[in-house]
Design a protein around this ligand. Structure first.
Ligand SMILES: [Zn+2]
Length: 284
């Protein structure tokens, strides 16, 4: 191997560490390191010129640069390099992403819209997106956010919420009554699992309509829920709409073996008031 001493740093080096000049068909007098150092100093002192020159060069040779870059990227597994860099510089990555989002809201919106269009038309992607959302909703981050959101919402819209509740109550009175009724303990105990709530609600709604027309009626249990001798069930079959006028003295009184057609009629209340009632109870 040939050796040469550099004219600048006076070190003896292999000939491969010197640039070859094609015009004079000989090696340069100063070594590669010295040339590069000199060049770096020149670039610092002539930054504008340097930048302008490179800009022009890049514009002129765009295709070549891109092609070379691509080749280099695939040869050296650029994707992996990129991934590794991102792992190492997570903070910087997040910061640049945040700044980009702040500075380009319109671009981001457009991108989201196109992405959503793509997902919308693909069933598999839609399912994936749904699952991802469902999992995100289980995380502590989301739960905290939601708690905060509703707290703020309630404190901001107190009156609106109150008005909405009142409106709902007025439009669904019978349903509200039923709900209050359901909450009472003894009623709950006497409501079997097979109770048809829809049928029950219908009866309460019918009574409400009658009250709206001016007929004062109430929904009553034929066999009372709370009596000395019997405990009726809270089921629609045990409910009857009766007039308030007749109901005044009834409370939880009960006549055994009564035909249900008589219940709630004038005859029934006369029976309750009469001495017969006490005799009937004794014989029971
Ligand atoms: Zn040198």
């Amino acid at each position: 191997m040939k050796f040469k001493t550099c004219s600048k740093c006076n070190k003896k080096k292999s000939i491969l560490k010197f640039y070859f000049r094609k015009d004079i068909q000989n090696y340069r007098a100063d070594c590669k390191e010295c040339v590069q150092a000199k060049r770096r100093i020149w670039e610092k002192n002539n930054l504008d010129h340097y930048r302008e020159y490179h800009k022009k060069y890049r514009l002129k040779n765009r295709k070549i640069i891109l092609k070379k870059g691509k080749e280099y990227y695939y040869k050296n597994d650029g994707a992996k390099k990129r991934r590794d860099w991102r792992k190492k510089n997570k903070k910087r990555e997040h910061e640049t992403a945040r700044l980009y989002r702040l500075n380009n809201p319109e671009k981001i919106k457009k991108k989201q819209q196109t992405q959503w269009k793509r997902i919308k038309n693909n069933k598999e992607l839609l399912l994936k997106q749904k699952n991802r959302l469902a999992e995100y909703r289980k995380t502590n981050k989301f739960l905290k956010w939601r708690e905060n959101y509703w707290k703020q919402y309630f404190s901001k819209n107190k009156e609106l919420i109150r008005a909405r509740h009142k409106n709902y109550y007025n439009n669904n009175k019978s349903q509200s009554y039923l709900r209050v009724f359901k909450r009472r303990r003894n009623v709950l105990q006497q409501t079997p699992k097979w109770c048809d709530y829809k049928k029950m609600l219908a009866i309460y709604k019918k009574a409400e309509k009658m009250r709206d027309k001016g007929i004062m009626v109430n929904v009553d249990h034929i066999i009372p829920l709370n009596n000395k001798f019997v405990c009726g069930l809270n089921v629609p079959e045990n409910l009857k709409i009766i007039e308030d006028k007749l109901n005044f003295s009834k409370s939880n009184k009960f006549i055994p073996f009564l035909n249900y057609k008589i219940y709630g009629t004038k005859k029934y209340y006369e029976m309750l008031k009469s001495k017969n009632y006490k005799i009937r109870i004794k014989s029971f």
